[in-house]
Design a protein around this ligand. Structure first.
Ligand code: TXA
Ligand code: MG
Length: 318
């Protein structure tokens, strides 16, 4: 049984002893281990049932630490780090050879971020090593945004879940890599593209059809509920064609009246992108537990974090 606790010292002790523990971040909960412990890193892959070709994000508590584990820190990466760390931005940079191949899945690069959560920042400051942490969900399933989601997945597999409350951002970090010094988006996330482009100019979004899983978070099917789910432009219209009895609806900001709808979640009544993003995965978790015949998700406006919300909804409904 995993102990759900706010005891940072206890989590640190376990991590020092090569154990894997769940940690809160502002985006989603992570399954964390010492990057230098092959035992811990192997456990992470095993517990998640994650393919070994899929590298992990390294979590550090300072830019100095990030610089240490990289070979080079391009100018634009520096600008982004200084502006958005701690925060929901992951930078993929050439790695220093000290980063174990197991963590970077044999790549010459390493993904790094400073998470913006007081509990985990204080944990990282106590530890003499960075933490590798993928999202704390089994491969391809919905990411966890509260301690309970992690307990539902991994109660018997990990000794401790560090409880940091509900994740404030609720969607994974935005991942940026560099190709010939130009920033490239590998995964849309909690940091809106507009915010990034305001600082470093236009960024290219890596086409998933490239089919080199530079960020397998870009795999077509991901973040998926078990219940059959579809993504539509207009949920009201979609309902006209639907004969299922138990339908759940997730909308961005409007509510829909229909006898067919058994359960409905509005992500943000006021149409606030941040609030909607923070509620997205919990909505999918709730709907997935209701034994519905079908979940209908309606697209968010395709701007700001609406792009990231739509990205996740489209992968969840493949
Ligand atoms: O918000 C987040 O980023 C959360 C929290 C826990 O920090 N973590 C997270 O980790 O989402 P994970 O493992 O679920 O997703 C990490 C993504 C994967 O798609 C992986 O392929 C990509 O990062 N990635 C890691 N290292 C990479 C590298 N060297 N090059 C390209 N992509 C990389
Ligand atoms: Mg993940």
């Amino acid at each position: 049984m995993a102990k759900v606790t706010t005891d940072i010292a206890k989590a640190a002790d376990l991590l020092i002893a090569d154990q894997v523990v769940a940690i809160p971040t502002e985006t989603v909960y992570g399954l964390a281990g010492n990057i230098y412990s092959s035992l811990a890193i192997q456990k992470i892959f095993e517990i998640k049932k994650r393919p070994k070709f899929n590298p992990l994000i390294v979590h550090v508590s300072s830019i100095a630490q990030a610089i240490k584990i990289t070979k080079e820190f391009p100018e634009k990466a520096k600008i982004l780090a200084e502006n958005f760390w701690p925060g929901p931005l992951t930078l993929v940079l050439d790695k220093n050879p000290m980063i174990p191949d197991l963590v970077s899945a044999g790549k010459q690069s390493v993904a790094i971020r400073i998470p913006n959560h007081p509990t985990t920042l204080s944990l990282l400051e106590k530890l003499p090593f960075p933490l590798a942490a993928p999202s704390a969900n089994p491969f391809n399933r919905i990411s966890p945004t509260k301690a309970k989601h992690v307990a539902d997945y991994f109660d018997s597999e990990i000794p401790l879940i560090l409880d940091g409350g509900n994740c404030q951002r609720g969607i994974e970090s935005t991942i940026i890599g560099f190709e010939k010094e130009a920033p490239v988006v590998y995964r849309l996330g909690s940091l809106a593209l507009e915010e990034i482009e305001n600082l470093v100019g236009e960024v290219r979004i890596k086409n998933q059809a490239d089919n080199s899983p530079s960020a397998p978070g870009m795999l077509k099917k991901h973040y998926a509920p078990k219940t059959k789910s579809i993504l539509v432009e207009d949920a009201e219209k979609a309902l006209e064609h639907i004969t299922n009895e138990h339908v759940g609806i997730i909308t961005f900001d409007r509510s829909i009246r229909s006898d067919k709808v058994k359960h409905q979640i509005v992500l943000s009544e006021t149409g606030d992108f941040r609030e909607a993003a923070a509620n997205l995965y919990d909505a999918l978790h709730i709907m997935d537990e209701m034994e519905l015949d079908l979940i209908i998700a309606e697209q968010a406006p395709n701007q700001d974090l609406g792009k990231s919300i739509n990205d996740r909804l489209s992968r969840a409904t493949q």
